[in-house]
Design a protein around this ligand. Structure first.
Ligand SMILES: [Zn+2]
Length: 493
């Protein structure tokens, strides 16, 4: 992905590949970024070859023949891949495990279609090609990951749900052109039980809700920006693109974003591209004037990631357009991962009282207060104590059809690595078969053996350890997820 010149084939199709791997093959991808690099610097080097701009690495344990064929298909579309023959320690920034679900804005969502087409991401990923199937902000719910709002005319009444969606479900919001500055300036009263409260949709800029000095300088009051721009934070995931995207950002009604003069960006807002010589600083704003910014809504890590990119349309074939669209996809995959992995599912009783809240990715046994299911050394049979626990789990799964389960089995480090990998797969299989025999539909259970690759302690090969410590590693995890086709918002106990 660090090849120059950057093209749709070598720099955008990789996002189509990882979407395919995440969506259809359950691969967990490692995103490798060197935390100390400079702009366009090297992430890692193999023999004589340098890798730049954030490579996606598929762990070797996923490389079945079927997967190799999938990867070759994408290579024929321009993705440049490399098989690493030896194991290496790489600086993994994060793992990617979910295929994002984009929702296009009914107003002007069609502007973004070109991004997906360039990356080879299918229509099902963004609600298809017909605006009738796209959404307005008030239709967004827990199963929408990313709301894509290129050039729009947001209004408080129609867009205030973005405020709640960002806070309740970690909904991630992308705005292009003047949709960003318009959004930041929206405020109004909402009925919160008895007290009306003023809220403002100033996700990335500071200031009290409804105060005249809060928000951004409206797009019609300031001049255009003046490239060249500064490209900052080279090790940030969103900044993983090669070269400068300046020329992609000089069209449309909004080409720069400024906080109002008495106002500032929120402290945690990341300024990826800024104009250090912005013409209206310091007259209209103390700046900095930004071209691309993102951050958690209201600077709170519990909220979803919001990003603004200026310009009416950043798409095109030139390297600057590729770089701008790469930022869009970097943010997309990163924001979806945060949202889905950390999203809260409410478990309520019939009186709508919260019993407990679990996140997608939690171990459900742990949440139900059931002791871990452990295996005997070198065995994959489900033991009788484990059967009792699995019965409780099976009842639970049948009562809540929205729930999905991913079984992850592990071994201790004794015996060789490949033997342990197959032993852990047998454990998954045995557990799965038992749950199916208890009435859980097969389609709701996925699973994978991890062998001895992820111990919970440091009892790795050749480390002397007690029997108790070894046993802790011979475990299965039952990772919770939800089926968004069925999920309505709450799960009743
Ligand atoms: Zn526009």
């Amino acid at each position: 992905m660090g090849i120059t010149p950057q093209t749709k084939a070598n720099a955008l199709k990789p996002y189509g590949l990882i979407y395919d791997l995440l969506k259809n093959y359950g691969v967990e991808i490692k995103w490798v970024i060197n935390p100390d690099k400079k702009k366009d610097g090297i992430d890692f080097r193999i023999i004589e070859e340098d890798f730049r701009s954030g490579s996606f690495v598929v762990p070797v344990s996923y490389l079945t023949e079927e997967l190799q064929i999938v990867i070759e298909k994408w290579e024929s579309r321009g993705v440049v891949g490399k098989f690493l023959k030896e194991s290496m320690v790489l600086p993994v920034y994060t793992k990617l495990s979910v295929a994002p679900k984009w929702t296009l804005d009914k107003q002007n969502g069609s502007i973004a279609l070109a991004f997906f087409k360039a990356a080879g991401i299918p229509g099902e990923a963004h609600g298809g090609y017909d605006a009738l199937n796209w959404k307005t902000p008030d239709e967004l719910g827990v199963c929408d990951d990313l709301f894509i709002m290129p050039h729009a005319e947001p209004k408080f009444q129609s867009h205030k749900n973005l405020y709640y969606w960002n806070r309740t479900y970690k909904g991630a919001i992308w705005a292009g052109c003047h949709a960003g500055s318009e959004l930041e300036n929206l405020f109004g009263p909402v009925a919160d039980k008895k007290d009306p409260e003023i809220i403002q949709l100033n996700f990335l800029s500071a200031g009290k809700p409804g105060v005249r000095t809060s928000g951004l300088v409206p797009f019609y009051e300031h001049r255009f920006a003046t490239p060249p721009y500064n490209h900052e934070l080279p090790a940030d995931p969103v900044a993983q693109y090669i070269g400068k995207s300046d020329k992609a950002y000089i069209n449309g009604s909004e080409r720069i974003l400024y906080p109002k003069k008495a106002n500032a960006w929120r402290a945690g807002t990341k300024k990826i591209i800024l104009d250090a010589s912005a013409p209206d600083v310091p007259e209209l704003s103390h700046g900095p004037g930004c071209i691309l910014i993102y951050g958690h809504g209201f600077d709170d890590p519990r909220n979803g990631l919001v990003m603004y990119q200026v310009s009416h349309d950043i798409s095109g074939n030139k390297p600057e357009n590729i770089a701008a669209m790469r930022a869009f996809f970097n943010w997309s995959f990163y924001a979806a991962e945060i949202k889905r992995r950390e999203n809260i599912i409410r478990f309520e009783n019939e009186a709508n009282n919260l019993i407990f809240a679990a996140r997608v990715g939690d171990d459900i046994l742990d949440k139900l207060g059931i002791e871990p299911i452990l295996f005997e050394l070198d065995k994959s049979e489900v033991r009788s104590q484990a059967r009792e626990k699995l019965k409780i789990l099976a009842n639970y799964m049948q009562s809540y059809p929205e729930l999905l389960l991913d079984i992850r089995s592990h071994t201790d480090s004794r015996a060789d690595d490949s033997y342990n990998l197959s032993l852990s797969q047998q454990r998954v299989q045995a557990t799965k078969e038992y749950l199916i025999s208890m009435g859980v539909p097969e389609t709701k259970i996925s699973g994978r053996g991890y062998g001895e690759t992820t111990p919970v302690n440091n009892c790795q090969n050749n480390v002397p350890c007690s029997e108790v410590l070894h046993e802790q590693n011979r475990r299965s995890e039952f990772i919770l997820s939800i089926n968004c086709e069925l999920y309505s918002g709450n799960l009743k106990l």
